[in-house]
Design a protein around this ligand. Structure first.
Ligand code: UDX
Ligand code: UDX
Length: 473
């Protein structure tokens, strides 16, 4: 075999790089894996003896780190050394939406990909397979190849002085909160590339724990586009069900009953039909914006308009939560205390990127509300940075506009309303009798995630609004 993979380097120790490498390390004890990052704090956290201090929270991650760290899984800032030693390099750096310049607000900012490719080109030695893990615009592999030094080289491979590269696209489909489960038992693994031996080398790694039939191989561009398309389709389902949630509220129908009724049709399927405060996370919005940018670039205006609507609907869904809260609280929340339960974009993660909670809090702050926030995993500093220090003069005292609380009960004390934003399981266990006694009445509960137990709040004297449920109490 042309490639023998003994040493892997992953550039980017984030939500994708960290868990992905931990799972590969646990299944491939004979491969040494170095996860590198320019962020020293992050690497320090990955190496912390206390596993509660890992930089990301993912169920099942701790035990993998305990098993593999400092055996065949290492976290380091030594970019040069680990790139030079690697037979295979995964690029897992972040790819945010561009904030300025050409394509601003839509196109993906490739500055980290660019600088990473330059580092690889500078330090790599020998035959190296470069694997795109980050979500990228179609044709990025071409850019990477060019940066790696393809000038006078054959089509599929290219050499710099003492190195030879081949580029593969291997997009990641894991969802946060279930990342380890998704990596251990993926629906499929997708590998796009031009050189069979390189594709086989990567397939061989995955075949340590994944059936061969689940490994799909395609050309490079199909793999890159499939990742964008998968996220766009998933997001589109959420916007579809959320659009119907508003109609349910208007007509007296119940969105969960509708979702169950349509989801049992196998052609529709039951997954991704949960109505909520709008999708968040680092991927959906960014990838759809990128898809829109690509469509416009290729002159496909109707297609880009179609996907833009998925984003517009999502934005509208989030905004109508704060609007409903203000309306129900007699048109003003000035000076009223509103408890926000849940700040992460979904349960079982500490990630807040694009979380609907950010938008909801900002709008309530603008309306003059006093916000108390509780989340089991998101830190005070993270919330501070998400809400923006300057604008709201945030000083963690309740004299200011918002306060971080360490428990549900403290967040709810004297609150006029509670909004359940994230579907953390502990919110399903809330003792509404106890909470009702500490709230200010008339008290409201806004349930944006269809919790099973919230009907009990009504029994204890709290008025309940449930998203997508027309039978308001
Ligand atoms: C991933 C994907 O890679 C991205 O394409 C996808 O759309 C979102 O998910 P993620 O792992 O969530 O990104 O990002 P993040 O947690 O921000 O981690 C990226 C890491 O790369 C950061 O720790 C950052 O410091 C690091 N980085 C960035 C480098 O090490 N080098 C760089 O040049 C740039
Ligand atoms: C997503 C994709 O699922 C994953 O394949 C890709 O690799 C990265 O992007 P992630 O963003 O981590 O993963 O989580 P996901 O479970 O997809 O949830 C995204 C958002 O949609 C969350 O805000 C979630 O609350 C929301 N959502 C999801 C709904 O509102 N309803 C649903 O039925 C499902």
């Amino acid at each position: 075999m042309k490639y023998s993979i003994k040493n892997i380097c992953c550039i980017g120790a984030g939500y994708v790089g960290g868990p992905t490498m931990a799972v590969i390390a646990s299944h491939c004890p004979n491969i040494q894996i170095n996860v590198i990052d320019i962020n020293e704090e992050r690497i320090k956290a990955w190496n912390d003896e206390n596993l509660n201090n890992l930089p990301i929270f993912e169920p099942g991650l701790e035990s993998l780190i305990r098993k593999c760290r400092n055996k065949n899984l290492h976290f380091s800032c030594n970019v040069q050394k680990h790139i030079a030693n690697a037979d295979m390099i995964f690029i897992s750096v972040n790819t945010p939406t561009k904030e300025k310049g050409l394509g601003s607000g839509q196109a993906i900012d490739l500055k980290w990909i660019d600088s990473t490719a330059r580092q690889i080109s500078k330090y790599a030695r020998g035959k190296t397979i470069v694997v795109e893990k980050s979500t990228l615009p179609v044709k990025t592999a071409k850019t990477i190849k060019e940066i790696l030094g393809s000038k006078n080289l054959p089509k599929k491979q290219f050499k710099t002085q003492d190195s030879e590269f081949v580029v593969l696209s291997n997009p990641e489909f894991l969802a946060e909160g279930t990342a380890i489960k998704n990596l251990q038992k993926p629906d499929r693994v997708l590998i796009g590339g031009e050189e069979l031996e390189a594709i086989e080398a990567l397939s061989k790694i995955y075949s340590h724990w994944i059936e061969k039939e689940k490994i799909i191989t395609t050309n490079l561009w199909s793999a890159e586009l499939s990742k964008l398309t998968a996220n766009a389709f998933l997001a589109q389902r959420i916007s579809s069900i959320n659009s119907i949630s508003a109609l349910c509220e208007a007509t007296g129908a119940d969105i969960n009953e509708v979702a169950l009724a349509i989801g049992t049709d196998q052609r529709i399927g039951k997954e991704f039909l949960k109505s909520g405060p709008g999708f968040g996370g680092s991927c959906f919005k960014k990838d759809i914006l990128n898809l829109i940018y690509l469509c416009n670039y290729y002159g496909l205006k109707e297609v880009s308009d179609y996907w833009q609507k998925v984003l517009d609907l999502n934005d509208w869904q989030t905004r109508r939560i704060s609007k409903t809260v203000v309306e129900k609280l007699f048109g003003t929340i000035s000076g009223k205390k509103i408890a926000i339960l849940g700040f992460s974009f979904k349960a079982n993660t500490n990630d807040t990127r694009e979380s609907p909670a950010i938008k909801i809090c900002r709008e309530l702050l603008e309306e003059g509300g006093k916000i108390s926030i509780y989340d089991p995993k998101v830190s005070l500093n993270q919330i501070k940075s998400d809400l923006g220090l300057e604008k709201y003069n945030l000083n963690n005292s309740f004299d200011g506009s918002w306060k971080f609380e360490n428990s549900i009960i403290e967040a709810s004390r004297n609150a006029d309303a509670i909004i359940l934003v994230t579907e953390w399981e502990e919110f399903n266990q809330i003792d509404w009798d106890k909470i009702s006694k500490v709230m200010r009445h008339p008290a409201w509960l806004f349930d944006t995630r269809s919790f099973k137990n919230t009907y009990k709040a009504n029994y204890y004297g709290i008025r309940v609004w449930k998203l997508g449920n027309g039978l308001e109490e």
